[in-house]
Each structure stands twice: as structure tokens, then as C-alpha cells.
Design a protein around this ligand. Structure first.
Ligand code: GTP
Ligand code: MG
Length: 547
């Protein structure tokens, strides 16, 4: 049976333990020896306690300073910035709210881009420039891939558009909406960084025209269209026409004024303080940071946009326009920054973007954006998170590598709805193919061998919609032999991305976490972000042997 003894530190030790035996006082210890020994033992205990305290303190300080760096990767339009917005909404809602009003301008630009896409499509003889050939959407990189959906090999029928009555009818929209081009040019100029915008081309705006004054204000020419078509609505506030731009499109014109950026996509350098520049006025509410009063400013773009709203609305609902878009296989509903179904709300004078509006706004990233936060209610209080959002277009990817050195986790976004689309920067490359290649490069990277990787198979909402609309995966991926329903297609992509990781990762121990996401959906994304946060934290702590 083991006996026990009490040490000076109060711990009980078994005397069968050799250390305990060695610590036992000599059997014939004198009183003086005993006092000396106890003094020594007490001193040793004090030193030991001090070391324990220092270690605890160092541990606490280390934890406090611990930073977890997460890199968002994926091709352009995969949803990286949208994911970052979701992190902001969850962790720094006050900052998100204070920036809300600045997004109004990006949303206007997105709306105007949709209008431009439609007008481009309905221009008289717009097919002429294409020589009436088969679909060649992918031949012109300036044709934004996310909007133009891949061809199915049939030449579009332009019979209806060649009808002269319908052409005149469609032309009237172009004239009625021409004031919007000046607004678009002005907003793009304000938002874009001229040094940074590689897409930039000369702004080309027609000068004053000899068109009748009514047309100069974008008012419809009632006599121009055949009676079979409903007349365009009268301007809602004719007295505001003065504030409208004077850019006009001459009748019969075959081109629109160029967008100041060739891709028509607003881009902003991440270092530029565009949100502040567009914040306008002083915040009114401490909670929302929302401001009021811009509608009193006659120069605010809302006046022109609001004035043109009924025409935009009619354009979007027009049977002939829809037919033209259908012939050209343009599905604006599936494109980024689509607001045409909510024109009245978006163009209202006192419009303030909702969370969903901000999440759906499209602003291409150049450079790198950093977002930091600490978790307030967590066992791991004091851990600082830094999320890095990068540009995903090909010419932006060189900026990723410097972050590989000390990143702790990667969230890779692959928009699997894009199986029928091509890259805007390279119209010969299918977007899912590009995602798979990029994924392979990331998972095979040796520098990232110990980094936690989370994969978001994103834009699942659009994937569902696309498959429901009858778009067939087999048409674009000939090897696919499964059914064309959502579950089968999702599983196919799940397996494909998973297999690449398994095959190419330099770290066979690494666990891969795959999530089915639609990152514009706040509720589901919030849950996913919280799960991912815990996975990353635990993985990282395990790596650094903190637990
Ligand atoms: N319907 C739908 N739209 C999405 C989803 N994720 C992102 N989007 C939209 O797609 C567009 C592009 O998303 P971004 O987050 O800007 O893409 P990005 O990866 O940051 O693109 P770059 O900055 O060019 O690298 C935005 O208009 C988003 O609102 C999604 O899951 N579903
Ligand atoms: Mg981005």
C-alpha cells in the first residue's frame, strides 16, 4: 500500500515515488536542520509559484495578441467581397450601417449598366456589326461574360427586330433614356481611380445635338412609334427636366455613348476612400448612420434616375425588348447587380439601400481590402481576426502570393452556377474550368500546406434557378452523365472539388470543409460563418499547440 506525504507546496505525494523518497527529511534531523530545510523548501516554492505566474501571464498575453488571418480567394465575381460584407454585417454592424448610403451610387451604376445592356441589345441593326454570324458573344472581352450566357450553337433570329415598326419603337427607348449616360459617366468618373483602371478607355460623349428640345430632355417622341405599341409615359416631373443631362442619341444611331470603362463595370481601388467621398452630409442617426437631404440637391443623380424610372420600367416590361434579349440569350436576371425588378423602390428620391441591396451590389475589387474584428462573446476573447479580400480577375491574382506566408486559413469561393459562362477577361475560358484550375493551384501550393481550407460552393441559388429554367450541365460539361436536377449537379461539383483536394494537397492530413452557399443570403451565411469561424479557430489553435 502506498503511503503519502505532504510537500511544502501542499501537494501530496506517494512515498513509493522516488522523488518523494529523496525529499523525505533525514531520520536524525536536528531542530536547526529542520528549520533550514523548511526555509529552503519555502524559497523553492516561491520561485516555482513565480514561474507559474509568469507562464500564465505570457500565455494570456500571447492569446491576446493572437491574430488569425483569413484570405478570401476565388475568381472574379465568385462572391469574395459579398462574403466580406457578411462578416462585417455579423461582427461590425455599426460600420456596415455607416457605409450603407455610399452603396446607393454603386447600386445606381449597377442599374444603369443593366439599362445599357438592354439598350445595346435593342439598338437598330445591332446585329449588323456582328455580320449576322452565329453567336460570337465570347469573341469580345468587353462583352461582360456574367451577362452573356454561353451559346447553344444556334444563330439568333433577328426577324422581329428587323421589322421597321418595332425598330422605331425600340429606338424611342434609347432616346428617352439617353440622359442616363451622362449620369453613368459622372458616377464612374467619381468612383474610378484613373491610375488604376486598366479597363479605362476614352470617354466619348456626343456633344449638343440639333434634336428637338423635348428629345434633349429624354422625352419620348410620341410620333416616332407605330400606334400598335403603347406610348411611353409622360415625364413625371417636367419642371425637373432642366436638371437632366443634355446627352442625346440621334435618331437611327447605331451606337450608344461609350461607357467610361470598357467592361462597363465599376471598379474601385481598395485604398481609395470612396465610401467616405460618397457618404454625403452628416449622419443623421447614430444607429444607422443614414443621412437625409440629398434629394434637395439638384445635382444629385437621383433626379435624372427618378425621372427616367418610368421609361426604364416600361423598357424592362416591354414584350419586344424581352424577345430581343431572349434572341440574344441575355439573361439579366442572373447577372450581378440586378435591380430591374425593383425599379420604383431603387429610383425613389429618398431611397436608402437595404442590407440585401448592399449585398447584391456589384463593385469589382482591385488591390486588397482588410477587415479586422475581435469576438466579443467567446471563450477565445482577445483573438483578433483579419479577413483579406482580394481582386479575383486574372490580372489581380499576382497580389495574392504575398499573403500566403503567414495566412492561417483560406476561404475559397467557387461559383458553381457559372458552368455556362466564360471569364470576362478571357472569353475562351469557361468559368467553372477556371475555378477548378485555381482550386488545384491553391490546394497544391506547398506554402499553404498547413493552412486550413474551407470551400464555399457558391451561388447555389442561381444554380437552382438555372437548372429549373432548363439549362443543361451536359451541354457544357460533356463528361457529365448524371441527372440535371439540383442535388445531382451539386453533388457532382462537390465530388469534383473534393477529389482535386485529395489528389493534389501536399498535406494528406488536412481536412477539407465544403459548404453549400448563397452568400447573398444573410441568414444561412451567418450560420455558416459562425461554423467556419470555429473550425478555423480550432484548427489554428491545434496547429500552434495552444490546445
Ligand atoms: N445570386 C447570388 N449572387 C451572388 C452570390 N454571391 C455573390 N453574388 C453577387 O455576385 C456579384 C459578385 O460578387 P462579389 O462579391 O463582388 O465578387 P468578388 O469575388 O468579390 O469579385 P472581384 O472583386 O471581381 O474579385 C455581386 O453582385 C454579388 O451580390 C450568390 O451566392 N448568389
Ligand atoms: Mg471583390
Amino acid at each position: 500500500m502506498n503511503r503519502t506525504m505532504q510537500t511544502p507546496s501542499g501537494r501530496r505525494r506517494s512515498i513509493s515515488d522516488p522523488l518523494s523518497v529523496a525529499l523525505q527529511p533525514p531520520p536524525n534531523e536536528s531542530q536547526a536542520e529542520r528549520e533550514g530545510r523548511l526555509r529552503q523548501e519555502n524559497d523553492a516554492k516561491k520561485r516555482s509559484d513565480n514561474i507559474d505566474k509568469m507562464l500564465r501571464e505570457t500565455d494570456r498575453r500571447n492569446r491576446k495578441k493572437k491574430t488569425i488571418k483569413v484570405l478570401l480567394l476565388g475568381q472574379s465575381e465568385s462572391g469574395k467581397s459579398t462574403t466580406l460584407k457578411q462578416f462585417q454585417l455579423l461582427h461590425t454592424p455599426a460600420a456596415f450601417n455607416s457605409e450603407r448610403i455610399a452603396w446607393r451610387f454603386v447600386i445606381y451604376l449597377n442599374l444603369l449598366r443593366s439599362v445599357r445592356r438592354i439598350l445595346d441589345a435593342i439598338l437598330p441593326d445591332a446585329d449588323a456589326g456582328h455580320g449576322g454570324a452565329d453567336d460570337d458573344e465570347y469573341l469580345d472581352p468587353s462583352e461582360a461574360a456574367p451577362i452573356l450566357i454561353s451559346a447553344n450553337g444556334h444563330a439568333p433570329s433577328a426577324a422581329a427586330a428587323r421589322d421597321s415598326g418595332s425598330a422605331a419603337h425600340l429606338e424611342r427607348y434609347i432616346r428617352a433614356l439617353s440622359p442616363l449616360f451622362a449620369v453613368e459617366a459622372r458616377l464612374l468618373q467619381q468612383l474610378s481611380d484613373p491610375e488604376d483602371n486598366v479597363d479605362k478607355e476614352a470617354t466619348h460623349l456626343p456633344g449638343q445635338s440639333s434634336a428637338p428640345p423635348a428629345m434633349q430632355h429624354g422625352l419620348p417622341d410620341a410620333a416616332a412609334g407605330p400606334a400598335a405599341y403603347p406610348p411611353l409615359p409622360p415625364p413625371p416631373h417636367a419642371n425637373e427636366a432642366d436638371a437632366l443631362s443634355r446627352i442625346v442619341i440621334p435618331a437611327g444611331s447605331r451606337s450608344l455613348p461609350n461607357s467610361p470603362v470598357s467592361s462597363g463595370e465599376p471598379t474601385v481601388r481598395t485604398t481609395s476612400n470612396w465610401k467616405k467621398a460618397f457618404a454625403l452630409g452628416k449622419p443623421k442617426s447614430e444607429y444607422s448612420g443614414e443621412v437625409e437631404g440629398w434629394w434637395a440637391d439638384r445635382n444629385d443623380p437621383v433626379h435624372t434616375i427618378n425621372h427616367c424610372a418610368p421609361y426604364i420600367s416600361q423598357l424592362w416590361r416591354d414584350r419586344l425588348v424581352r424577345q430581343r434579349l431572349h434572341e440574344k440569350r441575355i439573361r439579366l436576371e442572373e447577372s450581378s447587380g440586378f435591380y430591374l425588378d425593383e425599379i420604383d423602390r431603387i429610383t425613389a428620391k429618398m431611397y436608402i439601400p437595404t442590407n440585401d441591396d448592399v449585398l447584391r451590389a456589384r463593385l469589382k475589387t482591385t488591390g486588397v481590402t482588410e477587415h479586422s474584428f475581435t469576438l466579443a462573446n467567446s471563450d477565445f476573447r482577445g483573438v483578433e481576426w483579419k479577413i483579406y479580400d482580394v481582386g479575383g480577375a486574372r490580372h489581380q491574382r499576382h497580389a495574392w502570393a504575398p499573403y500566403f506566408d503567414d495566412v492561417n486559413a483560406i476561404i475559397f469561393l467557387a461559383p458553381i452556377s457559372a458552368f455556362d459562362q466564360v471569364l470576362a477577361e478571357d472569353p475562351r475560358t469557361n468559368r467553372v474550368q477556371d475555378s477548378l484550375q485555381l482550386w488545384k493551384d491553391v490546394v497544391a501550393n506547398k506554402l499553404l500546406g498547413t493552412v486550413n481550407i474551407v470551400l464555399f460552393l457558391n451561388k447555389c441559388d442561381l444554380l437552382k434557378e438555372k437548372l429549373n429554367n432548363g439549362v443543361r450541365l451536359r451541354h457544357y460539361i460533356s463528361k457529365y452523365e448524371g441527372h440535371n436536377d439540383y442535388q445531382s449537379v451539386y453533388q457532382y461539383f462537390y465530388n469534383k472539388f473534393g477529389a482535386i483536394h485529395q489528389q493534389y494537397t501536399p498535406n494528406k492530413e488536412r481536412e477539407l470543409y465544403i459548404h453549400e452557399t448563397s452568400v447573398i443570403d444573410t441568414r444561412s451565411t451567418k450560420t455558416i460563418i459562425m461554423t467556419v469561424r470555429d473550425i478555423i479557430l480550432q484548427g489554428n489553435l491545434r496547429n500552434t499547440a495552444l490546445i
